[in-house]
Design a protein around this ligand. Structure first.
Ligand code: NDP
Ligand code: 2IT
Length: 452
């Protein structure tokens, strides 16, 4: 036997720190998984012998490249593009592309690592990846975004493909950007294939991909509550973000009778005591997706409160859906939320809660769904888009709605299966459930495929 001692968490994290200096987000994401998985590995030595966790926490490859483009004034701009291909044991690499000034290798490595577990949880054959660039899309014209996307894919095209790596959207990348990237990929390769997901419905996109992440997060919340005979109906919902995920979380909360009262962007948050309605949501969609304006305008339009430079977590609510970005709920925020009577959190964003916040939620025994489980609806429908593209067909919307609902329920059940807590049979630790369920699937595939 090559190795019989399972490293302690401290030993594991020590090695991780040494190998990844200056990458706090990546270390945070791996540490959270290691805490649960090392415990599981202690009882399942084959995963230790094969050093599976060490191998999963080292990306298959981390690509970085220059992206040159010209702005509308003719100035030459230089950005840095990335694609982190973390693991392809159970399927081709799959994961979004993020355009945001905060993008760096640490952020994308954490996202690619988490994506590996998330994609395994969906039950579909997809490996984990993430990419992006440190571009700030704010204030850029359509023509500038098009030139940037074309330059970005002119390098990335050689590393992706419908059976190799299939990117999609994330922060700062929606239908417009995917369209420009798809157009350039097709032009360079002269191939019409499903190399990207989140495409327009006219050219191979899938019904409900746009809605899937936000809807899925609310379905996961519904399933956590249903398990203990509770429901969303009538409950006050605190939501952050105002982009793709937040908008569709609001939409589904409304459909299930909940009362959404907040939204945010990087400038601050709005608090609408009377509740965000379908009509007000239509305003947000127009504001954010077409005019690309600031959420503060909502407050002016509807007479709601606007709090500059703050996040919405001090609002008294029962259900929380963080849908903006990583580390947006600190330990201090979590304490306030618990004091205000929060009963459940479903993460629409990736890793919005800090490790301190998660620990406090668990200690207080509230229901807490991590992003890799709760926001997996988006990539799940991406997986269904890939299947439709390969078969050159389009499924009807009701069929896709049903598939998304079923997949979210299956993810909930997988988390429940592995998320039991010793000495408290009524509580499910969904973080542990998601980490161990995702790990086991990928790990078994890696063992079967040998040391590669
Ligand atoms: P969008 O670009 O559509 O919206 C992002 C929202 O978050 C905007 O309101 C943005 O505000 C806000 N935001 C971004 N960065 C920050 C920041 N540093 N501080 C405060 N607010 C910020 O992205 P999505 O809705 O697609 O993504 C939101 C989250 O959901 C991300 O964590 C993403 O990884 C995750 N996710 C997305 C999926 C998808 O299918 N799109 C799938 C699964 C997870 P502003 O406009 O001011 O930048
Ligand atoms: O974080 C995510 O799961 C996404 N941004 C969606 C990835 C995808 O491939 O649809």
């Amino acid at each position: 036997m090559a190795r019989d001692k399972v490293p302690t968490l401290d030993e594991f994290v020590d090695g991780l720190d040494k190998r990844n200096p200056g990458q706090p987000e990546f270390i945070q994401a791996v540490k959270e998984v290691a805490e649960n998985v090392l415990e599981y590995v202690n009882d399942h030595p084959k995963y230790n012998e094969h050093q599976i966790l060490e191998r999963m926490a080292e990306p298959d490859r981390a690509l970085s490249f220059r992206v040159c483009w010209q702005d509308d004034e003719g100035n030459i701009r230089v950005n840095r593009g990335y694609r982190i291909q973390n693991n392809n044991a159970i399927g081709p690499y799959k994961g979004g592309i993020r355009f945001h000034p905060s993008v760096n290798q640490s952020v994308l490595k954490f996202l690619a690592f988490e994506q590996t577990f998330k994609n395994a949880l969906t039950g579909l054959p997809m490996g984990g990846a993430k990419g992006g660039a440190n571009l700030d899309p704010k204030g850029k014209s359509d023509a500038e975004i098009m030139r940037f996307c074309q330059s970005f894919i002119t390098e990335l095209y050689r590393h992706v493909g419908e059976d190799v790596d299939i990117p999609a959207g994330d922060i700062g990348v929606g239908g417009r950007e995917i369209g420009y990237m798809f157009g350039q990929y097709k032009r360079i390769t002269n191939r019409y294939v499903g190399v990207l997901t989140g495409k327009g419905l006219e050219f191979g996109g899938s019904p409900i991909r746009v809605e899937a992440t936000g809807y899925g997060a609310v379905y996961f919340m519904e399933d956590m509550l249903k398990r203990v005979n509770e429901q969303i109906d009538g409950r006050i919902c605190v939501i952050s973000g105002s982009g793709n995920v937040a908008q569709h979380a609001v939409e589904k909360v409304l459909a299930l009778g909940g009362k959404p009262v907040s939204l945010s962007d990087s400038s601050g948050f709005i608090y609408d005591k009377s509740g965000i309605t379908t009509e007000k949501l239509a305003f947000v969609k127009e504001l954010k997706n077409k005019r690309r304006g600031r959420i503060e305008e909502y407050a002016k339009e509807f007479g709601a409160e606007f709090h500059a430079g703050q996040r919405p977590w001090a609002i008294a609510g029962e259900l929380a859906f963080p849908c903006a970005t990583q580390n947006e709920i600190s330990g201090e925020d979590a304490k306030i939320m618990l004091k205000n009577g929060i009963i459940a959190v479903a993460e629409g964003a990736n890793m919005p809660s800090t490790l301190d916040a998660v620990r406090l939620f668990h200690e207080a025994r509230i229901k807490f769904a991590p992003g890799k489980a709760a926001n997996a609806g988006g990539v799940a429908v991406s997986g269904l888009e890939m299947s439709q593209n390969s078969a050159r067909i389009t499924w009807k919307e009701p069929e896709l709605q049903r598939l998304l609902r079923d997949i979210m329920q299956e993810i909930h059940d997988r988390c429940q299966r592995y998320g039991g807590v010793a000495g408290d049979k009524n509580y499910i630790d969904y973080v542990k459930g998601a980490n161990v369920a995702g790990f086991v699937k990928v790990a078994d595939a890696m063992i079967a495929q040998g040391v590669v």
